[in-house]
Write a protein that binds this ligand. Structure first.
Ligand SMILES: Nc1ncnc2c1ncn2[C@@H]1O[C@H](COP(=O)(O)OP(=O)(O)O)[C@@H](O)[C@H]1O
Ligand SMILES: [Mg+2]
Length: 347
């Protein structure tokens, strides 16, 4: 799992050169993205949930970008906006397809359908997207047919190719999805997205429901697909330890905003933001010797309601280092080391 952790835009290869070819060109650009939800209940005041509140991120070919944050920080909403499942309130998501830039939010009809094959999503619970009463073969055949692959020879070749890539034995194709173990089910979930040779995959907590040993298997598949085929992953997790194992870079999200972003080793070993430090301490599987290096950061309280963001730095009510400035003004993301940015007035 070792590799040089490169920021987007670098042209150096991370691992052995594979079919994916050159790494490093930007394949996905998220710019000034906001997703607000308006909630209105009878006899109640209207409230606005700022689920994503101004995010800029790039994803390079073959890169695994870990998106880390507590539950409610806006990770899933960001991931869904990236693949066009929720409409942004403002901002854009651009994907590069055959050297051309495509605006995900503006695509319609046939163009949208094509874009969607390049942009895929893996969910935490594969049951949410796959009918458990289907045979595995059908779970893989139907999406192909829906996208115009008609020849049964081509279908069975593609099915057998993805089954190998995710480590499912051939005979499993005849099983019903409900008969599979949790790990096998998630392999089918991943196989389904790999059928289309996507350039970008949003993986939303893909291993959170799995035991430790199965986690590693799934992370290996993701690593290999990124290295050998240049698939870029936006890997959403609440667990720093998982991000540490799989990600090239880590983005830490708090109440709709990225508060720290940098090469994974850097963010884990030399975090700048007090929230990142707290996340690292909360992660039970991070090497304990590493934890000692991080000065004890005890954050207080719960994630603020995303309808009532505090003024200034959103983290200020929970931050042990809070200063007056933090309550008055929101800190911008500043580059504190090459490729490593954080939004904190302490730095
Ligand atoms: N469809 C929706 N309608 C209203 N609020 C939503 C909707 N989806 C998410 N939210 C709210 O947006 C915030 C971010 O949620 P989410 O993106 O699921 O965070 P995470 O994945 O980090 O747990 C939460 O406050 C959540 O309640
Ligand atoms: Mg989520």
């Amino acid at each position: 799992m070792e590799g040089n952790r490169l920021p987007a835009g670098s042209t150096e290869p991370r691992g052995p050169a594979g079919e994916g070819g050159a790494r490093g060109q930007t394949v996905l650009r998220i710019e000034a993205l906001q997703v607000y939800f308006v909630k209105k209940r009878l006899l109640e005041k209207m409230t606005v949930v700022k689920a994503v509140d101004g995010v800029d991120l790039d994803l390079a070919k073959g890169e695994i970008l870990g998106l880390v944050g507590e539950s409610g920080s806006g990770k899933t909403t960001l991931g869904r906006a990236v693949i066009g499942l929720v409409r942004p309130t403002s901002g854009t998501v651009t994907i590069m397809v055959d050297g051309e830039e495509k605006d995900v939010g503006a695509a319609k009809g046939k163009e949208w359908k094509t874009l969607r094959t390049h942009l895929q999503i893996v969910f935490q619970d594969p049951f949410s997207s796959i009918d458990p009463n289907m045979r595995v073969y059908d779970a893989l055949r139907l999406p192909l047919q829906a996208n115009g692959v008609k020849s049964s020879g081509e279908i069975s070749a593609k099915v057998s190719d993805v089954m190998k890539r995710v480590g499912l034995p051939e005979e499993v194709v005849n099983n019903y999805v409900f008969q599979l173990s949790g790990g096998q089910r998630q392999r089918v979930g991943i196989a389904r997205v790999l059928l289309f040779n996507p350039s970008v995959v949003v993986a939303d907590e893909p291993v959170s429901m799995l035991d430790a040993s199965l986690k590693g298997d799934i992370l290996n598949i993701i690593e290999r697909e990124s290295r050998e085929r240049g698939v870029a992953f936006l890997f959403v997790t609440h667990d720093m330890a998982v991000a540490k194992v799989v990600a090239d870079r880590i983005a830490v999200m708090y109440l709709g905003k990225v508060v720290e972003l940098g090469p994974a080793d850097e963010v884990i070993s030399f975090p700048f933001h007090p929230y990142t430090k707290a996340m690292l301490q909360a992660s039970p599987t991070i090497d304990p010797s590493m934890k000692d290096k991080i000065r004890s950061v005890n954050i207080v309280g719960e994630l603020a309601q995303s309808t009532a963001h505090p003024s200034g730095c959103k983290f200020n009510p929970r931050c042990p280092y809070v200063m007056d400035l933090c309550r008055q003004k929101e800190p911008p993301l500043a580059e504190l080391k090459p490729g490593h940015v954080a939004a904190c007035w302490l730095h």
